[in-house]
Design a protein around this ligand. Structure first.
Ligand SMILES: [Zn+2]
Length: 421
């Protein structure tokens, strides 16, 4: 029998701690202190436990599905309880190689209702997807929810969070909106490498990407959405129609989430990343404002030297705009910078990467009249990603062949020598 029992929900002003006990056979999937915490920029002492418990349940439930375990709770919001069957089905459809089982034992279901005061609250990382969604819902004066889920058991200074927060607060101030700020250890309280060790192969995905992050991010926002009477939480899509990959954040499961009188909407799935780039650059050009698009994950600012930064920079260029006005401090000779990057990194490109880059190449080619010649991208229009990747891989293997063989022979020899002593 496998189960996880929620022992205590402890609330202290802005912070809630969930203390729980897994059975011995599940303990390996958690860090030793069995404590999930969330801290908000609002007092949460008046939020009912049946709502507060939602993030705890949502963070744990995918694990109980794949390990066929039971979660034991004292009370739970009725709307959230009722959406769980559909949620489980949507994950089961996404990962047919796994059996999604498990159970919930709740002593009391509570019907919570409210009349919405705010039509929309929108999750806001400051990235391209989130800014696109902001533009689409700005007339509804959304509350902006920004989260950091990577603390360990205690809140410690994080430069990344400080920069994310500053950016979100500045942004909200500029557009006269209010922030909801959330800090947690939801990304760290489970032992994800152990879960991946046991399940990633069958799942065909990692725990965080495939099962956890969507529910973690959305559910952390629910207690404040309840307190502030929000009608709908918007989460911006990272993927788009036609390039679906299994992912914990997707329109089918996200749109099934319900709590009290609130719901969730997965926004922008019909738009490709390039279409979103166009929405963003066109909007900010039309109001003559600059904006920081924050795309470099877990970095204080855009590095301009990783795949995602460079892809976004080129996407902006393809729309005929200047990346510097969108938060990318690109080097003077961008063309050589890009050439160098591809020379060293094309071998790591996946099929999906190549698909994204080809969409941008296509857009540059059709929009050439609007793109400044200073970017010197003629060579890029003839760049064959598949061919270059193949060439680079062969080259890499040839140059690495002798060092690898040498190392292997060396290891064998030293093992032989060791066995003599
Ligand atoms: Zn970067």
């Amino acid at each position: 029998m496998r189960s996880i029992k929620l022992d205590d929900i402890r609330v202290d002003n802005n912070r809630v701690d969930f203390f729980f006990t897994p059975t011995k056979n599940l303990q390996k999937y958690f860090k030793d202190n069995n404590d999930l915490f969330i801290e908000y920029n609002h007092d949460i002492t008046d939020i009912p436990k049946s709502i507060l418990v939602i993030p705890f349940l949502a963070n744990i439930i995918p694990l109980t599905w794949i390990t066929d375990s039971t979660i034991k709770l004292k009370e739970l919001d009725k709307s959230f309880y009722e959406c769980l069957t559909g949620l489980k089905e949507s994950y089961q459809d996404m990962f047919p190689n796994m059996d999604f089982k498990g159970d919930i034992e709740v002593e009391k279901l509570v019907e919570n209702t409210y009349e919405p005061i705010h039509e929309v609250a929108s999750l806001f990382s400051g990235g391209l997807d989130a800014i696109t969604t902001f533009i689409r819902v700005k007339d509804k004066k959304p509350l902006l929810i920004t989260e950091f889920g990577w603390h360990d058991s205690e809140i410690k200074n994080s430069e990344v969070w400080a920069a994310d927060k500053e950016n979100a607060v500045e942004f909200a101030k500029k557009y006269r909106l209010d922030n909801i700020l959330v800090q947690s250890n939801y990304g760290n309280f489970v032992n994800s490498s152990k879960i991946d060790h046991d399940f990633a192969k069958r799942l065909g995905d990692s725990w965080w990407h495939g099962l956890h992050h969507g529910l973690a991010i959305i559910s952390a926002a629910i207690p404040l959405a309840f307190k502030l009477k929000v009608g709908c939480i918007y989460i911006a899509s990272s993927h788009s129609h036609g390039s679906e990959v299994p992912c914990a954040s997707n329109p089918i499961s996200d749109n099934r989430i319900k709590f009290a009188s609130g719901r969730v909407f997965h926004d922008g799935f019909e738009l490709t990343r390039q279409a979103k780039t166009k929405v963003v650059v066109d909007y900010f050009s039309s109001i003559k404002e600059s904006v920081n698009i924050r795309v470099c994950f877990k970095n204080k600012e855009n590095c301009c030297n990783c795949e995602k930064c460079l892809r976004t920079i080129l996407g902006i260029v393809a729309e005929g705009k200047e990346p510097k006005t969108f938060g990318f401090d690109i080097p003077e000779d961008f063309s050589s910078h890009l050439q160098n990057f591809l020379l060293n990194n094309i071998k790591y490109f996946t099929k999906t990467n190549i698909m994204f880059w080809n969409i941008i190449k296509q857009r540059i080619s059709e929009n050439q009249d609007n793109i400044s010649a200073d970017f010197k991208l003629d060579w890029f229009l003839n760049y064959d990603f598949v061919k270059e990747r193949k060439f680079s891989l062969i080259n890499y293997r040839v140059t690495q062949f002798f060092p690898i063989i040498k190392r292997r022979i060396g290891n064998k020899l030293s093992r032989k020598l060791e066995s003599h002593y």
